[in-house]
Design a binder for this molecule. Structure first.
Ligand SMILES: [Zn+2]
Length: 104
């Protein structure tokens, strides 16, 4: 028998926010608490949970904007990040090629 390990959302699990650590902003009221929130991944439509702890890390440790929220699941986030790195590498190669043409 397999027990379903399902995360409860809104189960009262919340973390008090440290407002002094959040990125300053003028127009948005900052979250006072972080609570587990469920959302659908923008790309693959998977049901995900953005946990209170992940939110705290994002807002307080990584300097994330308080206006941004999770839109993608972990797998899709990693894919997007890889694509961005590939794109950057490609751009750098193009720049290098241009430079070498001029030199030659
Ligand atoms: Zn996804």
């Amino acid at each position: 028998m397999k027990r379903k390990a399902q995360k409860k959302v809104g189960s009262g699990h919340r973390i008090k926010a440290d407002l002094s650590k959040q990125t300053p902003n003028n127009s948005y009221s900052p979250p006072l608490y972080y609570e587990d929130v469920s959302f659908k991944c923008r790309d693959c439509r998977a049901e995900c949970v953005w946990t209170a702890e992940q939110q705290r890390l994002w807002y307080e440790e990584w300097g994330g904007s308080v206006q941004s929220t999770a839109v993608r699941c972990r797998a899709c986030r990693q894919r997007v990040r890889r694509e961005k790195i590939e794109q950057k590498k490609h751009m750098e190669e193009m720049t290098l090629k241009k430079g070498s043409k001029r030199a030659g």
